[in-house]
Design a protein around this ligand. Structure first.
Ligand code: ATP
Length: 319
C-alpha cells in the first residue's frame, strides 16, 4: 500500500507538485495522467526518494519512508525509468543483475531468476550477452522491466514505460504487460501522458494539472463523471474509443437480447465492446455467443451490440 499525504515540491519559483494526496491499494495500478510538465515524474520520484518533498508525508506499507535509508528503500522498489536508462557499457545480463548483486545474491540465484524473467518477457537468450544498443527499442523496454522485476518487489514505479516505442510495438507490449501474472501481484504507480494507455492499464487514474490532482477515479468514473471542464476536455476527441475499451459485455448485459440456449463455444462477457467488435468483424458468422454471470448465454450481432452499448451509454449520461 502506498499513501501520499499533502505532498508538495518547488523547484525555484516553479511549484512542480502542490498538496498531492492519494492512496494506492495493494495490487492496484494507479496511473498518473496529465500533460507534459504537470508534475507526474516529480510525484513518482518522491515515492522512491530520488526527489525529496518540501512538505507532506509518504507511507509505504504504513511505514513513513523518510524514516528509511533511501538506498534500502530503493532496493525494495522496482523502478522503470523514463527512456529506459540501461547502462550502455554493461551487457543485458549485467544490467538485470545490478540490484541482485548489491543485495549479494549468489550467482546461481541471479542466473535462474534472469532466465525465468527473459522467458516471461519473451527476450531471446542470446540477448543476455549483448549490449543495450544492439537491441531494438521494444527489447530494451523489456530489459528495463526485467531489471525492475528481478528482485520481485511488491511496489513498482514506472515512468512512461512504453514511451520510447512506436505505436504498433507499444500496443503489443501493453497487451503482454496486462497479461503478465507477475505484475498482477504488484502495487504499481505508472506515469503516462497517453490517455489511451492510461485507460488500458489503470485500475484507477489520477489526473493531474499544474502540479495538482484534478480527479482520481476508475476509467469509468473519469468517462462518465468528470469532475470539471478540464477533466471533461482532457478526454475529448477520444471518448468513444475509450468507452469501447472500458465497457464490457457484462456492463451492457441487460440491454442485449434475451438469453438463448447454445451448447457450442462461447466468449466470456468480460470481453470489451472493442474486442467483441473485432471478433464479429473477423467471424465467419454474423453472431457471437457470449456467456455472462450464471453461465447465461446470449447471441449478439453487430447491430444488437451497438444498440446495447448506446442504451448503456444513455443510461450512464442521464443517471
Ligand atoms: N530538477 C528540476 N529543476 C527545475 N525544475 C524542474 C526539475 N524537475 C522538474 N522541474 C519542473 O517541474 C515541473 C514538473 O515537472 P515533471 O517532470 O514532474 O512533469 P511531468 O508531468 O512528469 O512532465 P513530463 O511528462 O514532460 O516528464 C515542470 O515545470 C518542470 O520543468
Amino acid at each position: 500500500m502506498i499513501e501520499l499525504k499533502g505532498i508538495s515540491k518547488k523547484f525555484g519559483d516553479t511549484q512542480a507538485v502542490k498538496q498531492v494526496s492519494f492512496k494506492v491499494a495493494e495490487k492496484e495500478t494507479l496511473v498518473l495522467l496529465g500533460t507534459s510538465g504537470c508534475g507526474k515524474t516529480t510525484t513518482l520520484k518522491m515515492i522512491n526518494r530520488l526527489i525529496e518533498p518540501d512538505g507532506g508525508q509518504i507511507f509505504i506499507n504504513n511505514e513513513n519512508i523518510t524514516n528509511q535509508d533511501p538506498d534500502v528503500l530503493r532496493k525494495g522498489i522496482g523502478y522503470v525509468m523514463q527512456n529506459i536508462g540501461l547502462f550502455p557499457h554493461y551487457t543485458i545480463a549485467e544490467n538485470i543483475a545490478l540490484v541482485p548483486k548489491l543485495l549479494k545474491w549468489d550467482k546461481e540465484k541471479i542466473k535462474s531468476r534472469t532466465q525465468e524473467l527473459i522467458q516471461k518477457l519473451h527476450l531471446p537468450e542470446r540477448t543476455l550477452a549483448m549490449y543495450p544498443h544492439e537491441l531494438s527499442g521494444g527489447q530494451q523496454q523489456r530489459v528495463g522491466l526485467a531489471r525492475a522485476l528481478v528482485t520481485d518487489p511488491s511496489v513498482l514505479l514506472m515512468d512512461e514505460p512504453f514511451g520510447a516505442l512506436d505505436n504498433v510495438t507499444r500496443t503489443s507490449i501493453q497487451k503482454e504487460f496486462k497479461a503478465l501474472e507477475e505484475l498482477k501481484r504488484k502495487t504499481i504507480v505508472m506515469v503516462t501522458h497517453d490517455v489511451q494507455e492510461a485507460f488500458e492499464l489503470a485500475d484507477r487514474i489520477c489526473l493531474m494539472d499544474k502540479g495538482e490532482v484534478v480527479q482520481i477515479g476508475t476509467p469509468k468514473e473519469l468517462l462518465y463523471r468528470p469532475i470539471n471542464d478540464f477533466a471533461r476536455n482532457f478526454l475529448a476527441g477520444k471518448r468513444l474509443a475509450l468507452e469501447f475499451k472500458v465497457i464490457n459485455i457484462q456492463d451492457i448485459w441487460t440491454y442485449l437480447p434475451e438469453e438463448t440456449i447454445h451448447k457450442g463455444e462461447s466468449k466470456s462477457a468480460n470481453l470489451s465492446i472493442w474486442e467483441a467488435m473485432e471478433l464479429l468483424r473477423n467471424n465467419d458468422r454474423p453472431e457471437l455467443f457470449v456467456s455472462g454471470a450464471d453461465q447465461a448465454i446470449k447471441s449478439i450481432n453487430f447491430g444488437q451490440l451497438t444498440k446495447g452499448f448506446n442504451q448503456y451509454q444513455n443510461a450512464q449520461l442521464h443517471e
